[in-house]
Design a protein around this ligand. Structure first.
Ligand code: PLP
Length: 360
């Protein structure tokens, strides 16, 4: 029986991936040299498709890494000399903070309860912090930081570098990227692609910061340092042998999303999220984990369960729906449901009906 993956990453592949994959094999994409004109064309196409989909400013750069986790480490190496500040409200934002701590810098954090966000008004960020790290969508709890908060933080801290994790919300998040200096995502969440590719967006302030650190004789990493990534990206290449197939597929899916229209994708995401949250509210075994509606994620929805979540997961699995368990300590107390662009309205409506059929 064919399964439908509503897991928050890896998830159901974007519905056009199968066809693009077949074409890629026919065209021999996995065999082409990464120093060839053919690869450069693919690389350029993918970069421009992402720029267009996210409406990125022309002077922002797009680099490829192995994952978002790698970008956390590269961000600390390239953009922080002594101090970083992290808004922490769950496992992913905490992991970035811990990586910063590993670098023996003065990593500071302000922590919110799980299921909440650090309120912009309550933030106490020292002026000396060089980087402010924000997670737009905390996938472990389903809490999302409103874009309005990011505007407020930018206004209060014009000189600091702001890093935004949009791993499980891009391209849905409607963001003016001029507000932030660096953002990043992995392709196995909303883009519906096989895991193993990270996309790192940086502006020139980030590049200048890396250069300043280099001038001070700091170690900023080697092949994936910002200057090294920039040098190759100017030629539409990467420092190492990249996964050309993944770069190709990302370009195709981003183009499909541009053709569909980002506004349409956002409207559908909001409709499907409303259907699922309504099911959480009506169900007698579920309730939304995030109490404040304003902070509820539209792309990774988390429900608290009154029966062990594995029972719910197993009942849905009989109907071919695969949903996620809770993250970490919430494993048996939550279910997590991805609402990505590939998930159709029809499937979401059926999933909501199936959720309502499960009773105590
Ligand atoms: C999945 C996820 C990551 C990590 O992505 P990897 O591809 O595993 O490196 C980071 N941040 C958030 C919010 C995520 O959901």
């Amino acid at each position: 029986m064919r399964k439908f993956y509503f897991t928050p990453g890896p998830s159901q592949l974007y519905y056009t991936v199968e066809e693009h994959l077949k074409n890629a094999l026919k065209e021999g994409i996995p065999s082409i040299s990464h120093r060839s004109k053919d690869y450069e064309k693919i690389h350029h196409h993918t970069v421009e498709a992402i720029r267009s989909l996210l409406a990125l400013p022309d002077d922002y750069h797009i680099f490829f890494t192995s994952s978002a986790t790698e970008i956390w480490e590269r961000t600390i190496q390239n953009m922080v000399d002594t101090e970083s500040f992290h808004l922490v409200n769950g496992a992913f934002s905490k992991r970035f903070f811990e990586i910063a701590e590993n670098y023996r810098i003065n990593a500071m954090s302000q922590v919110a309860e799980e299921g909440e966000v650090v309120e912009a008004e309550e933030l106490l960020i020292p002026e000396t912090a060089e980087l402010i790290a924000i997670t737009h969508n905390e996938t472990s709890t389903g809490a999302s930081q409103p874009v309005e908060d990011i505007k407020k933080i930018r206004k209060a801290f014009p000189d600091q570098l702001i890093s935004l994790d949009v791993v499980s919300s891009a391209p849905y998040v409607n963001l003016d990227y001029n507000l932030i200096d660096t953002a990043y995502f992995s392709v196995q969440k909303c883009f519906g692609l096989p895991a193993g590719l990270g996309v790192w967006i940086v502006n020139n302030r980030c590049l200048q910061k890396a250069q300043t650190l280099l001038n001070k004789d700091r170690v900023i990493g080697s092949y994936h340092s910002l200057p090294s990534l920039l040098e190759k990206s100017i030629k539409n290449q990467t420092p190492e042998t990249p996964n050309a197939l993944a770069v190709y597929l990302l370009g195709k899916v981003a183009t499909d999303m541009v053709d569909k229209g980002i506004e349409q994708i956002r409207r559908e995401t909001e409709y499907k999220a409303a259907v699922l949250y309504q099911a959480f509210e009506q169900s007698n075994i579920l309730k939304p984990f995030v109490a404040k509606e304003l902070h509820r994620s539209k792309t990774t929805l988390v429900a608290e369960t009154t029966i062990p979540s594995k029972e719910i997961i197993s009942k849905l699995s009989e109907k071919s729906f695969v949903v996620g368990s809770g993250y970490g300590k919430f494993k048996d107390k939550h279910i997590r449901i991805a609402n990505f662009p590939t998930h159709s309205k029809e499937h979401v409506e059926i999933l909501a009906d199936e959720l309502l059929k499960i009773k105590k």
